[in-house]
Write a protein that binds this ligand. Structure first.
Ligand code: UDP
Length: 239
């Protein structure tokens, strides 16, 4: 019996606390219980605050994990001793788990043309049991129809969607009925990392909650999006 989730609130959004998210997800997977995983960071929380549609999608998700250092900071100020759970790491643990036995189909959807395919090769080389079908994230409307047909006929049990926030959250909310037993997770730029197009921050930066700084160094155009981070920190103290 996996540990149950404890729901708390971060800027009026749900966040689910748990020591072992993977065990909780394994049980959902075994029982065919559909699950939308949202990986909440401060940028997304601030965006949700001014976007009711995103708030609604996050509230409907069965699992909202504390992905960002800002969210952990917010929780610690309220005496919740939760460890950070980066979405890319939970997604990787899920793939490692699924790869242990000859298993059901999986879909990677998102990223520039060729990248999700490279990410799929990376994972299939590591775990030959994995059976991944990759679609890039810039499909034409007719190609997207083909993807939807594929989902409906193949019924993959885990669908990784890397279209960026909030597009991936909206896409999952709109299409999750197509595979009613699946786990759906928005993975942002994870395919870029697994596909070798980008790299993650070195461990010492991650351990010091500075992964966002490395992203800013790699993708300076993010500075405008990141202006909300100090606002989030301020809100953490106030509310
Ligand atoms: N992307 C996509 N389709 C789009 C827009 C973006 O597949 O129409 C992909 C993009 O190639 C990148 C990912 O979405 O791989 C967004 O990554 P990012 O790290 O910016 O995600 P976020 O910070 O929003 O979680």
């Amino acid at each position: 019996m996996p540990e149950s989730l404890k729901q708390v609130s971060v800027l009026h959004l749900p966040v689910h606390l748990c020591r072992d998210y993977l065990s909780w997800l394994r049980s959902r997977l075994e029982n065919g219980q559909t699950t939308h995983i949202v990986t909440l960071n401060s940028e997304m929380a601030m965006l949700a605050e001014r976007t009711p549609q995103l708030t609604q999608v996050i509230k409907q998700a069965e699992l909202v994990i504390p992905d960002g250092a800002g969210v952990i900071f917010y929780l610690r100020l309220r005496r919740h001793q939760q460890q950070r759970c980066p979405g890319i790491e939970l997604a990787a643990s899920l793939l490692e788990h699924i790869g242990q036995v000859p298993s059901f189909p999986i879909v990677f959807y998102g990223g520039a043309p060729g990248v999700a395919q490279k990410a799929a090769y990376y994972w299939e080389n590591r775990s030959p049991n994995l059976n991944i079908t990759a679609y890039h994230g810039y499909l034409s409307p007719s190609e997207e129809e083909q993807l939807k047909d594929f989902l409906q006929t193949t019924q993959p049990r885990v669908i990784f969607v890397g279209l960026g926030v909030p597009r991936q959250e909206y896409w999952i909310a709109q299409h999750r009925h197509l595979c009613p037993q699946a786990i759906w997770i928005g993975v942002g730029g994870s395919f870029d990392i697994w596909g070798g197009v980008k790299s993650r921050a070195p461990m010492w930066l991650r351990e010091n909650h500075l992964e966002w700084l490395y992203r800013l160094y790699q993708e300076p155009w993010r500075w405008r999006r990141m202006l909300v981070l100090p606002q989030f920190a301020l809100r953490a103290f106030v509310k």
